[in-house]
Design a protein around this ligand. Structure first.
Ligand code: ATP
Ligand code: MG
Length: 359
């Protein structure tokens, strides 16, 4: 039986519209070489243009429209001149994350050959880990409010919510990921010396789970020293799991340590596969360079590799990353301006598609 995947494609705004076609170009070529088919359907919602026409980011039936796909391939959303960022984000991407229960946000921190890390003298062997962020609860709750407003006793409260199910499921995902990796090392972020109720609970659940994985070396770092070590000793890490807020910070810092923002991929995963998972570059719509054909497509293309890995096409996913790396180290291939070259988005995407190796 031939393998076939149905992918919902949402280019969104700005450079999303420019880099998504390059991701698809590479995806289609990989499918040809690796003997599976991808059936894509493109949607114009989750964009500023859609918002201008409809006053909403998504159609009312978006859930039924998307739920049957195997995955969502997403570009970037946001065009502040037309729609404020909090409206575009809450009205689209965060709805997908919540309603499709994509409770794992996964970002590889992997320094590719041919990329200069902002960390001096670091080699690809030393920068190769994952950040696993809890994506649905924790510090980002909307429980709280203001009291005594306008008086000198004005007070603001915002609660952190951690549920046993919510904490355990993201820890479980991270431990399972660590188990599949060579180093079998898991680090969890905490701040239980300062945050005295929720973080000790997070530690307690992590310690309990560590007991179930004797083959994994598990340790914890307070978030402050952890961020310092991302920069000073990235070689200390293999899988790093964190609550929503700490994970948000780490999942931007980590990819930044591995090169330019144009390269980094990410996944919003529903591990149970009840709902489609969503794959998107770390970068946003970049209005400052949009429409000029100079955006780096690698973050989008690498996101396609993560999508294939999630769909079970591991060899095809690895082939994409290998082709990216091959092109990056090849001095004779022109790169986009953020990588110091003068190539267009399409030229770099085409070069990567042509460099793919058959199995
Ligand atoms: P968001 O709000 O969606 O997180 P942002 O608007 O703060 O993102 P980006 O859109 O990611 O930020 O852009 C940040 C900077 O990085 C901009 O100067 C942009 O031009 C640059 N940049 C982002 N993505 C790319 C890319 N693919 N290629 C080249 N430069 C990029
Ligand atoms: Mg933005």
């Amino acid at each position: 039986m031939s393998r076939s995947y149905r992918i919902a494609v949402i280019p969104g705004d700005g450079i999303g519209v420019e880099v998504v076609p390059e991701g698809l170009r590479v995806l289609r070529r990989t499918a040809e070489l690796y003997g599976f088919t991808v059936e894509t359907e493109q949607f114009d919602f989750a964009s500023a243009a859609y918002y201008q026409a409809h006053g909403e980011m998504l159609p009312p039936d978006w859930h039924e429209t998307l739920v049957g796909f195997d995955a969502i391939f997403f570009g970037a959303v946001g065009w502040p001149e037309v729609v404020p960022d909090h409206v575009s984000l809450w009205g689209s991407l965060l709805k997908f994350r919540r309603e499709f229960d994509q409770y794992v946000n996964l970002r590889p921190v992997r320094l590719l050959h041919g990329v200069v890390s902002p960390l001096r003298d670091r080699t690809p062997e030393e920068v190769d880990f994952y950040v696993v962020r809890e994506n649905t609860e924790g510090e980002y709750s909307s429980i709280g409010g203001r009291i005594f407003e306008g008086t000198d006793r004005e007070t603001v409260l915002q609660e952190t919510v951690m549920t046993r199910i919510g904490v355990d499921r993201v820890l479980r995902y991270a431990f399972e990921l660590a188990r599949q990796r060579e180093k079998k090392h898991l680090t969890w972020a905490t701040k239980s010396n300062g945050i005295s109720i929720s973080m000790p609970y997070w530690d307690e659940r992590a310690e309990t789970m560590a007991g179930q994985y004797p083959e994994i070396r598990a340790d914890k770092y307070h978030i402050d020293i952890l961020t310092a070590n991302f920069v000073l000793h990235p070689d200390l890490f293999d899988v790093v799991v964190a609550s929503n807020l700490f994970g948000d910070i780490l999942s931007d810092l980590g990819p930044a340590c591995a090169g330019t923002i144009g390269i980094a991929p990410s996944a919003n995963i529903n591990p149970e596969r009840t709902f489609p998972s969503l794959f998107e570059p770390v970068h946003g719509s970049a209005p400052d360079i949009a429409g000029r054909g100079i955006a780096n497509p690698i973050g989008q293309i690498w996101s396609a590799a993560m999508m294939l890995d999630h769909l079970g096409e591991h060899a095809a996913g690895e082939a994409i990353v290998a082709a990216i790396e091959d092109i990056l180290v090849d001095g004779s291939v022109a790169k986009t301006p953020d990588l110091g070259g003068s190539a267009t988005t399409g030229q770099l995407g085409t070069a990567i598609a042509e460099r793919l190796q058959a199995p």
